[in-house]
Design a protein around this ligand. Structure first.
Ligand code: AMP
Length: 284
């Protein structure tokens, strides 16, 4: 595996690969890698000839006072994992390389971008889309892979790729979980033992909610019961719990039938966690 820190160097390597007919698969990350990230790498490798993983903690998607400084960073361990995983290029650029012309926002997330995650983290999705757009311009992949755990991100990135990178295939990987059901996340490293138990409790609640919705509970009643239960957890500040229509990323009403997503965000201690679960509502 080559560790590449400059955009120009990466482009030269990839141009040489493309010149001999190879396709490029890309997995953007913020590092502190876990098996969830590696499952996306597997997907990229299955669908392309050479793989690129980027590690860049994007300052533009953190608001002042968020955990940009505390976000876990472990480039050396990440690099070892990716080498074992036979990744071709680890792209770990500096902010100057990603944003040579300054950190102006170039992509706007629109209406959906100001709901749920966007309501709690103003500007987050503009910053996220701006970096994804920039990384896509640098890498020019044939295939790009994102995780469905970040459901709202996936919703928006899919649109960006469809509008601006039409020739790139967009793939979505399922969420990898610990045996407790807790979704793997880089931020889990910042939870202590008690907080980990609480976070596990949240994912178990999601599973219960999913099963209730799939066995005929009314959405509004189930959501309010589980909202109350989540609010009563120690050290937990529930941000939102909702069932959304994945086509429009808006809450469903009680008459909704079909594929939906449960989405949740909560702070456990100082750590903000999000999760999502697919659910089918109504007649199967
Ligand atoms: P991050 O480094 O957290 O920005 O995530 C990089 C990519 O990995 C995103 O597309 C995430 O959705 C995805 N990802 C994060 N956690 C998981 C997980 N537990 N399972 C699968 N993909 C994940």
């Amino acid at each position: 595996m080559k560790l590449v820190t400059s955009a120009r160097a990466l482009q030269e390597f990839l141009d040489a690969d493309r010149a001999v007919g190879k396709t490029v698969g890309f997995v953007p990350t913020m590092g502190a890698l876990h098996a969830g990230h590696l499952s996306l790498v597997d997907l990229a490798q299955k669908n392309s000839d050479v793989s690129v993983v980027s590690i860049f903690v994007n300052p533009l998607q953190f608001s002042p006072g968020e955990d940009f400084d505390k976000y876990p960073r472990s480039l050396e361990a990440d690099s070892e994992l990716l080498t074992e995983h036979k990744v071709d290029y680890l792209f770990a650029p500096s902010a100057k390389d990603v944003y040579p012309n300054g950190t102006d926002i170039t992509q706007r997330a629109g209406v959906v971008g100001s709901t749920f995650e966007g309501a709690s983290r103003p500007g987050h999705f503009d910053g996220m889309l701006t970096v994804v757009n920039r990384l896509m311009e640098i890498v020019e992949p044939n295939v790009v892979v994102f995780g469905e755990k970040d459901a709202q991100q996936v919703f928006m990135v899919r649109k960006l790729i469809g509008a601006r990178f039409k020739d790139c295939q967009f793939l979505e990987g399922p969420t990898l979980r610990e045996s407790s059901g807790l979704a793997m996340s880089s931020r889990n490293r910042n939870l202590d033992a008690e907080q980990t138990k609480i976070a596990e409790g949240i994912s178990q609640q999601l599973l219960k909610l999913k099963s209730e919705l799939e066995t005929g509970s009314t959405v509004s009643e189930a959501i309010s019961a589980h909202t109350e239960a989540l609010r009563s957890l120690a050290q937990t500040k529930l941000d939102y719990l909702a069932v959304i229509d994945p086509q429009i990323f808006r809450p469903v009403d009680d008459n909704y039938q079909g594929a939906a997503k449960i989405i949740v965000a909560a702070k456990v201690g100082e750590v903000r966690l999000i999760d999502t679960m697919n659910v089918t509502i109504g007649k199967q």
